[in-house]
Unconditional design. Structure first.
Length: 506
């Protein structure tokens, strides 16, 4: 560890309570000049809450934050920003209808001599930052026209455009490509050389060996351990995070798959903005009871769009035939899809999977409302029973069914999404990145649950950008590249190299 003079930021004895949840309990943290401190812990461990307090998003109930030895109390993120503390949020904090440059310099635009915004200077400065980050977009492009990964890079450009003393990154690589990750790691090394202290929340342990110096492990709102990363093994980190030894998921006994439950024949999807072009072209696939089909592809391959098309989200732009249990079906909408026994857990759980202003119970029972009614009224006892079963089966951490869903951690929100769909008794479960942004403990639980469900005869289609996950879960793996199916592997033939070769354009 470095000496005391290298300490840039200290948080001491931080506690924070939300309604029904003690998010932080007497947690301390030290960030040092030129070092990256990784914050590790399961969803709900308190990592993001601690960083939000440091960044001025909300105040602590107890404890002190010291910057360069002085106690600071920020009323808002802008004050923290002005003091040299910048945070890149996991949920992007940008304005879609402003340009890329306007987003980077929002609130601190360069001015000309008469006090008006100097758009030329702003665009030039933004262009230099984008070049540094190897992002080939125009500074004048509307932010909303960029894909999510590119928007994440703009968020990073915004952060490094300030001479930050402390940079906080919350899951910065969750939505960006391998190339963008390499560029980001180069930027991180430069910032460390300049003496910036970095706090880095991640679930990807493999990143830490390359960029990390120190690790802080949290569990259930408490600090469990602090250590140089070089002294920690993968197994030790996992054990501290979950408070128990993680058993490696064993290969489940592979029984012969049951009868066909879903079949796609030449399913295509037209591109919304490019006439004559396709997002998906002639995808054919069979799914049987009790099997997991993995869908793998690089960003832009059409994985999410395939699940959305099956679920009836693009009826006017799609073509081809879908069969459920051997019968041809026409799916005009998600309501049709649910009626045919399909269920979709989307990738973006906050905007598409949940209604954040509603309770756990209201979210969990939503797709099952038609069968929870008696004489046109909601049978609250039946709803309570259905929700209770989902909470218990998925081990959802919530003080009560009436807790607002937004107060749950990401992992627990994901479990509620899975629970609500399984309550509809589907024949096919479509899972889009079911473990994105979820810690190893919750991942293990979701893997085990998928195993249980397929043992009961459910058919599952899983989209994942993590190759080890696809290999661990799938009976067969379909690979997409630029909207076309380039390979279909049986689990016995599949390996990372073969799958990646099929996923790369020729």
């Amino acid at each position: 560890m470095s000496n005391h003079g290298d300490i840039i930021l200290e948080a001491k004895g931080i506690s924070k309570q939300f309604p029904g949840v003690k998010a932080l309990d007497d947690v301390s943290l030290t960030l040092r000049r030129g070092r990256l401190t990784a914050l590790l812990g399961e969803n709900g461990a308190g990592k993001s809450t601690l960083m939000n307090i440091v960044a001025g998003v909300f105040p602590q109930d107890a404890g002190d934050v010291k910057l360069a030895g002085e106690v600071v109390n920020f009323s808002n993120p802008r004050q923290a920003h002005e003091a040299g503390i910048t945070m890149i949020f996991q949920e992007l904090n940008l304005v879609p209808n402003l340009s890329v440059a306007e987003n980077i310099f929002l609130g601190r635009e360069p001015l000309n001599r008469i006090g008006l915004i100097d758009a030329k200077a702003m665009n030039q400065q933004a262009a230099a930052l984008l070049e540094k980050l190897d992002l080939a977009v125009e500074p004048t492009a509307p932010l909303g026209s960029l894909r999510v990964g590119q928007q994440q890079i703009v968020e990073i450009a915004k952060a490094i455009s300030v001479e930050a003393r402390v940079l906080i990154m919350d899951e910065p690589t969750s939505a960006i490509t391998e190339h963008e990750i390499e560029v980001l790691f180069g930027i991180i090394e430069n910032l460390k050389r300049q003496g910036v202290a970095i706090a880095y929340i991640t679930h990807k342990f493999e990143e830490l060996a390359r960029i990390g110096d120190d690790a802080v492990v949290m569990r259930d709102g408490r600090l469990i351990a602090t250590s140089p990363i070089k002294d920690l093994t993968h197994e030790a980190m996992v054990q501290m995070m979950v408070g128990r030894e993680m058993k490696q998921r064993s290969d489940k006994a592979r029984s012969e798959p049951g009868e066909e439950v879903l079949r796609l024949e030449n399913v295509s999807l037209k591109h919304a903005d490019r006439p004559g072009d396709f997002v998906l072209q002639d995808i054919s696939l069979q799914v049987h009871r009790g099997e997991v089909i993995g869908i793998f592809g690089l960003m832009g391959a059409g994985r999410t769009e395939l699940l959305e098309t099956i679920f009836g989200l693009h009826p006017r732009a799609s073509a081809g035939q879908i069969y459920v249990e051997g019968q041809p079906v026409t799916i005009h909408s998600p309501v049709d899809a649910i009626d045919y026994g399909l269920a979709l857990a989307p990738e973006d759980r906050k905007s598409e999977g949940l209604i954040l202003g509603m309770s756990v119970a209201e979210n969990a029972s939503l797709p099952s409302l038609p069968r929870l009614q008696r004489f046109g009224f909601l049978d609250q006892e039946a709803e309570g029973s259905l929700v209770g079963e989902a909470i218990e089966r998925f081990r959802v951490k919530t003080p009560s069914q009436n807790q607002m869903i937004r107060n749950l951690s990401g992992g627990n929100q994901q479990k509620v999404i899975l629970g609500k769909w399984l309550a509809t008794h589907p024949k096919v479960l479509l899972l889009d990145e079911p473990t994105r942004g979820i810690d190893v403990g919750a991942k293990g639980e979701i893997y085990a649950l998928i195993e249980e469900l397929t043992a009961d005869g459910l058919a599952v289609i899983v989209v994942s950008s993590e190759l080890p996950e696809i290999l661990a879960l799938s009976d067969r793996i379909a690979v997409l590249c630029e909207g076309k199916q380039t390979a279909l592997f049986d689990r016995t033939d599949a390996n990372e190299e073969a799958i990646m070769n099929a996923a790369l354009p020729n």
